[in-house]
Design a binder for this molecule. Structure first.
Ligand code: N01
Length: 512
């Protein structure tokens, strides 16, 4: 059995798209099991996903680092309780070094289309540079928050100053002494505002909806603790377990929309009252929807920053932008040098990142027109040998995404093993399994806080939640623990099909 190069490209056992946490995690697992015939295709020039891209000042995680890291690769050296962007990015680079993944990743390789060849049971991936590659299985680890959303505000293009989206930050832009307008008050805004407030001349914060903000309790991890973690890995493990259950215990508050949610809201309002004494400002930033409906934000320095004399919170709504600043609906004009768009990401209802063609020429974006759905967020009926990491309805509302990713890595490895060991050409999820799974999931979803009436990126335009898991993370882990081949239709390999050497482990060559 050999790997063949054809006009249409080489033949891989597994093609992974994306070199963030999900893609790197799977690459590590494959190498650990001696399955070397894979490549990771990454559209940028480095690993890290959102942690490579989001370099705005203050970018950090809102899940503690000991929990927001691979369980199989603990890092005793985390410098803060909540790791900053560059430290998390470095952690992913360290994983790439340690597990010798650099040679398995093809950088600047942007996939533009994927098509399943029913005859040979192989996927063909097409790239922006015209190259193509064939693979037995494809795994999309592309993440959901990677396309910045630009607001549709009249006159935005006419602004003569600098406009920056938080996800496309220009580090060369010096904000010192500048008049800055920040649009948005989500997770990105509450991190960037306190960071730039001390250096800018003025900061006009355009808030459409006041978020729920809770104390983060961030801080440096003393060197003696780091030494202890390095010396006693069990202690670090224990710390991670404690953090897991602390965050998991917030699930009923965030998800259920019941008396516990009301208790949480009380705590949130108490925190706000403690941090903001000015009744006018406090009234402006008081949230008016159920806690958890939008992402609950953690920050120790956001509210204090709002009380500084050079900050103004504007809540009248934006009428338009002109060449020199922003005009509010009440007619007032703020002259600005820089506009920061902290307006989030495009999370489309039909979530295929590029055209994906499955059985009988069906297109994933057509199948997902009224909202993306899968089985456990990983497999989709009609698309054999295609898997997602962090696909539909697997986002956590309250805990580390890495916990979900690791549950999926385990399932995907079992799926791939089954294909290999049973000499199966293709596994296609039964349509009725997908339907029943999603009917039950959406029924459960109806009682969650996320459906309680606010507008968020969790929902499609029709109000369907296709992003979050409506339960506890341990429930997801239990449900995804066992791979059940009976829910898939399997197609046996014929002798004439191209054979793939699964163990081929030499470094892949660059396609860019
Ligand atoms: O984006 P968002 P984000 N005019 O969509 C406002 C992850 N993340 O980048 O609420 C005026 O939450 C919009 O207003 P409204 C995390 O999963 C994690 O902040 O729609 N305002 C809102 O205030 C998070 O959930 C971390 O009324 C407009 C803001 O822009 C996700 O990324 C850090 C507007 C967008 O908030 C997205 O967060 C950062 C308009 N036309 C991000 N359009 C961690 O800590 C939008 N807005 C791990």
């Amino acid at each position: 059995m050999t790997t063949r190069r054809q006009d249409s490209g080489e033949l891989l056992e597994t093609a992974i798209i994306g070199a963030g946490f999900g893609g790197l995690g799977l690459a590590i697992k494959l190498l650990q099991e001696g399955q070397g015939n894979f490549a990771v295709f990454e559209k940028s020039g480095d690993v890290g996903g959102v942690w490579r891209d989001n370099i705005y000042p203050g970018a950090a995680c809102d899940v503690p680092s000991h929990l927001y890291s691979f369980s199989f690769e603990p890092n005793p050296e985390w410098s803060r309780t909540f790791g900053g962007q560059s430290e998390i990015h470095q952690y992913l680079q360290h994983c790439t070094d340690k597990y010798q993944l650099w040679g398995k990743i093809r950088f600047n390789a942007e996939v533009t289309a994927a098509k399943f060849d029913e005859q040979n049971h192989l996927w063909t991936l097409h790239f922006a540079d015209g190259e193509s590659v064939r693979a037995r299985t494809v795994v999309f680890a592309v993440g959901a928050l990677n396309v910045p959303a630009y607001p549709n505000i009249e006159g935005l293009d006419s602004f003569q100053g600098k406009i920056m989206h938080t996800a496309e930050w220009d580090s060369d832009c010096d904000l010192r002494g500048k008049r800055v307008g920040v649009i948005g008050t989500g997770a990105s805004a509450i991190q960037v505002v306190p960071e730039i407030q001390p250096v800018v001349e003025s900061l006009s914060l355009y808030q459409r909806t006041a978020p729920w903000v809770m104390p983060k309790r961030d801080g440096w991890i003393p060197p003696r603790w780091r030494k202890l973690y390095a010396r006693l890995p069990l202690l670090q493990k224990l710390h991670r377990i404690v953090q897991y259950w602390m965050f998991e215990s917030t699930a009923p508050v965030m998800i259920k929309n019941n008396w516990m949610t009301r208790m949480g809201e009380k705590l949130g309002r108490r925190y706000l009252t403690r941090m903001i004494k000015d009744p006018v400002l406090r009234e402006k930033v008081t949230p008016r929807y159920a806690l958890g409906c939008k992402r609950v934000l953690l920050s120790d320095d956001y509210y204090p920053a709002l009380t500084r004399p050079n900050v103004e919170v504007l809540t009248d709504g934006i009428a338009r932008v002109d060449e020199s600043g922003i005009v509010s609906r009440d007619g007032s004009h703020q002259a600005l040098d820089v506009i920061v768009l902290a307006t989030g990401f495009k999370v489309p209802a039909a979530g295929a990142p590029f055209p994906i063609e499955g059985l009988g020429g069906r297109l994933l974006n057509d199948d997902w027109r009224s909202g993306s759905e899968a089985y456990l967020g990983m497999t989709v009926s009609g698309y054999p040998n295609m898997l997602y990491i962090m696909g539909p309805n697997t986002g956590p509302g309250n805990i580390s995404v890495i916990f979900y990713i690791e549950s999926q890595l385990r399932y995907i490895m079992a799926y791939l093993k089954h294909l290999r060991q049973r000499n199966i050409a293709a596994l296609d999820l039964k349509a009725e399994v997908q339907r029943e799974f999603n009917d039950a999931l959406q029924a459960k979803m109806q009682n969650t806080t996320w459906m309680s009436g606010c507008d968020s990126w969790y929902l499609t335009e029709d109000g369907k939640n296709t992003t979050l898991w409506p339960g506890y993370s341990w429930q997801y882990r239990m449900q995804s623990k066992h791979f059940d081949p009976s829910i898939y239709r399997s197609r046996r390999r014929s002798m004439s099909e191209p054979q793939v050497n699964v163990e081929l482990g030499e470094p892949a060559t660059s396609s860019s």
